[in-house]
Design a protein around this ligand. Sequence first.
Ligand code: NAP
Length: 244
Amino acid sequence: MTERILILGGTAEARTLANNLLDRGKFHVITSLAGRTDNPRLPGGEIRIGGFGGIEGLADYLKGEAVSLVIDATHPFAARISTHATEAAKAAGANIIRLERPAWKAEAGDRWHHVPSVEEAVHLIPDGASTLVTIGRQQLGAFLDRDDIKVVARAIEGPKITVPESWTVILARPPFPLAEEIALFEKYEIDVLVTKNAGGTETRDKLLAARALEKPVIMIDRLPKPDVETYATMEALLSRLDTL
Ligand code: NAP
């Protein structure tokens, strides 16, 4: 019987994974998106969009669609859906595995300050600092409290909040190469970078730019995700799936 796989997506990796699995021709692949992005880039295969309605809703979905394997390929900062998926898979008798890019690690020359949340990051920004913020658009509201700083916020899509006139909003899609990141720091005279430890290569060069220019980084660390079989690379995950 064809294995029915649900990929929980919202990342570039999830899209690549879906296409890779479809190429193998032996899986029915459904990709699920939360619906946060207005114009998401979609993989091939079946697509469904929107929340499931908590653990119970997801468990019902898995049973109804006869899903035997859930692949959690959500963003490292999407903590709730990973917990829901783990519980729902257990309730529905499906297997679950995760694809999760390793976190970035500070290297010699880096000046990182680790914080556990966006709110803590906002608190730590030096007075009056010109601040490059690359945390996506969802939590930008937390920076409204700091009217002493100059915010340069970069995101793929525009913020849903009304931003102060003093802010600069840059809408752009990764990858962002190092030379362009250095030029961005210089153009806006950035004093400090606030970012999430997303990992991966597509948005990593801002950290190299901060290192090269000796600028501090306020690094929002990941929250732990549930303990399931986890693969750090696409190759490792695909090798595992080829055994099915
Ligand atoms: P979250 O806090 O973990 O999830 C909140 C709720 O959104 C979940 O309870 C679930 O609703 C729904 N949801 C999340 N991912 C879903 C998916 N793939 N398919 C269907 N429903 C989903 O997640 P978030 O931080 O809001 O992120 C939402 C999506 O954006 C994720 O899929 C993630 O991969 C992507 N994303 C997040 C970030 C980030 O920094 N957080 C960055 C880039 C991309 P129900 O309880 O109703 O099922």
